[in-house]
Design a binder for this molecule. Sequence first.
Ligand SMILES: Cc1ncc(COP(=O)(O)O)c(C=O)c1O
Length: 403
Amino acid sequence: MTDASQQTAPRLAGRVGNLERSKIRVMFDLAEEYDGDPIRLHVGVPDFNTPEHVIDAAAAAARDGETQYTVNRGIPELREAIADTMACENGVEYAPEQVTVKTGAMEALSLAVLAVAGPGDEVVVPTPAWPNYVNHAQIAGATPVEVPLHADDGFDLDPELVGDAITDDTAAVVLTSPSNPTGRVYDEDAAREVVEVAAAHDAYVIADEVYGRLTYDREFRGMASYVEHPDHVLTIDSCSKTYAMTGWRLGWLAGPRPVVDAVSGLGESTTACPSSVSQQAALAALTGPQDPVAEMKAAFEERRDFVVERVAEMPVVSCPRPEGAFYAFLDVSELSGTSFEIAKRLLSEYGVVTAPGDGFGDAGEGYLRLSFANSLDRIETGLDRIDSSRRGEGASPPRPRST
Ligand SMILES: Cc1ncc(COP(=O)(O)O)c(C=O)c1O
């Protein structure tokens, strides 16, 4: 029998071909080709366990029969807890009816774009930025418009630059603060201006605030709390980074009712509802003791300070001071090669895995993203090896895996 897939190209929709693979995942796969234990500084996953009381609450809920579909937009107790937390922690006032719970910030973001943008529309993404936003726009049939921010002010939000990219075709602008990959917390006046321009063009600003509670040098306020048009802001947040819950897949969108209803409606045909057990876990996380968050944040801050000091000791390598999240964006443009080549060399010759900056948009070329969601020891070893590579010193390369 002949296998049809060997003779003809498989039938796939055009949008699949347009999607770019995340360079973070590419490095992840490349690291798998080596034996041993490379220093993995490429992924944005907190190196802590989900707090014990959260796991206990989820297990108890599962035993008590909380194992069935829930309402599309999430159980009312959780939406209430989310609204309370957003008000207390980020100063943003939303009614529980303005919240829809989704399978991670990822689903909330993707459905938000699907809800407001379609063919002929544009989605403005200031870069360097998390690569998935561009894919979300493409999946929606909209056109992503990258706006490269300036390196010389640490990739802060430039309202004029971004404002100029907003037109009547713009359906949404995605602002991530604190930023992945730079750790920059956007200036509030700048964000206010961008929301103003977006509102004037009847566009939404999607405020991705998944790292909001991991802000170090200043108080973080949710964008919807200080802009003049909160009705044009769609706030995204999740339990993933704040509570070390990436695998529970629990996030949410809060915003004006018509968009919240549209996102809930779209979700009915994708996941129907977020996992019932994860909703119980999130409820325990948001309403239980917050000490684990404070402890994780203190650990990240200590590592951030270490990274900033260690990088400052390296001639030709530098990084803007991360004000939030757990990433440092290292300027390695003085080293030879593109950022992807440098990342591959660091892996194959020095056993350190980083994410090449061009994976976050053209503005990131010449940079490497380093995640400090790792132990101080391993961060130190990783930075020592980057320093050795800068000096052209040899290191013991990891052994390729025999297949
Ligand atoms: C900026 C940003 N937004 C959203 C997400 C996705 O979060 P979640 O795990 O809640 O889907 C990530 C994950 O790395 C992220 O960095």
